[in-house]
Structures are given as structure tokens and as C-alpha cells.
Design a protein around this ligand. Sequence first.
Ligand code: APR
Length: 285
Amino acid sequence: MLPCFLVFLPPSPPLLKLTPLFAALRLTILSATTHLRLDPLAQARAWLGAARSIAVLTGAGISAESGIPTFRGPGGLWNNHRPEELATPEAFARNPKLSWEWYDWRRQRVSAAQPNPGHRALAGLEQKAAEFTLITQNVDGLHRAAGSRNIIELHGSLWRIRCLGCGREEENRAVPLRPLPPQCTCGGLMRPAVVWFGEALPVDAIHRAARAASQCDLLLVCGTSAVVYPAAALPDQAIAAGARVIEVNIEPTPFTDYAHLSLRGRCGEILPQLVASTPASESPL
Ligand code: APR
């Protein structure tokens, strides 16, 4: 059972992860059996082609090439802003206008952005796969704009707002959003329908994501630092259930040593190469 509250956990192997010694041993065995036969990209293509059920977990890195800042790392939003001042229920209660100004700025930024080749490659992969689930931590809506359909938005959406009074939720694409903070027709204060630190994720979303991770043949983990739970537990869950897991990231993450394969580079460059030549089906290696 996955924990359901949004929490940042500093990198350390959780229970489901392998010990570093075992991980090193497993990587050596994998190298001996597979990595030497194919280069990593060809290997990833072969695994993707052989997979009937594919799940993908994405994070802020996949939208970086659309000009949307990530949260951590160079230029990351959390370098200049403190989550506890903007993205917690307590922060919103203290100063809803400040919190809304930040979300309004992010909405403006995203509304000027377009899906990039990484988003589009995943939309193309959905067309080829027998079963496909895209699990995203992103709230920007760019996967849907790129054409992906079976999407689980674990952390909500920048484009939905919810009344703290009557609970009514609505789609709202106004940019800029005025007045700030917005008010519901019932007179209640409206908040962004995103998941803040310390809040529970939508139960249906986390259950569907956990099911997809544990039932897929292959999980692609794209552009996430893998430090925010429960999303960061999904790759462990997939491995425990016997799936192959491939990570695509510009740098190593706490998950890298546990992935069956790591492709180092930008999602917008690697994913199109991976998907374009993925055959509809291929015999498992
Ligand atoms: N291609 C691939 N990976 C990239 C790229 C790129 N073009 N650009 C950046 N990355 C990688 C970074 O190396 C980093 O590992 O994407 C990752 C982005 O990490 P974070 O900023 O931590 O984003 P994410 O993992 O989605 O954060 C999870 O934290 O603050 C909360 O709720 C917020 O959903 C968010 C959650």
C-alpha cells in the first residue's frame, strides 16, 4: 500500500529498494546478459517493443524543454521560493493572495508554452501500445495538449480551481486570473486544485497509478528527481512486481542505481528516438 500524502523525502533507499551491494551485483549481471549485447538505447527500444503493458511516470523535467521551470536543480522553482510559504494548506490560509500570485504566474508561464517532442513522443507511444497509462506529477496539462489520453494527474491541475467553502471544482483557464484570490459563486474562497505538501493525493488517482505500476511490463520514468512521495515509490513498486524500469534523465537520481536501464539526456531528445523506432512488438530479450 502506497503512502497517500505528498512528502519530500531526502534520498535514501526505502524498504522496497535493493541494498546498494545487491543493486551493484544485479547491474553487473544485467551488463553481462544484456548491456553488452545492445547499446542502451537499442536495449530500451527492444524492451519497449516487447512490452504489452506500458506505464510512464513523468516529472517536471519533461516540461523543461517547453520552458517550464523544474522544482529542483539549476533554475528550479524551489531555489528561489520556499514551498512552506506557497504550496501548503497553512501557507494558503496565512496568505491566499501571495499563494495565488505564484500560481497565477505559473499559469501565465504554462499558457505561453507548447508541448515539446518528449510530450509528443509519449502521445505517439500510447498509440502503439496495447495498454498504456501515463502517470504525471505535472500540473501543467502539456501531456493532454500533446495528445496523450490515458493520463493520471497525481498532483492535480493548474487549470482547475476548488472552493474551500462548498467544495465545488471547476475548470478555469483565465490568464491572468482576476480577482486574486478568486471567489466561488457561494462566496467561498477558491484555491488551486493541486496537491500541496502534507495533503493527501486524490485516492482514485493514487490507486490507479499503483495498479498501473504493479501491472505493467515496463515503466518509463522520465524527468523526475524521484524524491517526492508517493510518486517516487511507484518505480520500486513496478520493480517489485517484476516490471522492467527505464529512467530518462539528464542527471543521476536516487533511483538511478535501481533502474534496469538509465538513459542519460533530455526527454525531448531521447524519447522521440526511443519511440520512433519502437516496433509494434518484438520478442523479449
Ligand atoms: N530531460 C530529462 N530530465 C530533465 C530535464 C530534461 N530536459 N530537465 C530536467 N530534468 C530532470 C532533473 O535532472 C530532475 O531530476 O528532471 C528532474 C526534475 O526534478 P524536480 O524539479 O524535483 O521535479 P519533480 O520530480 O517532478 O518534482 C516532484 O515535487 O515540488 C513538488 O509537487 C511538485 O510535482 C512536483 C514534485
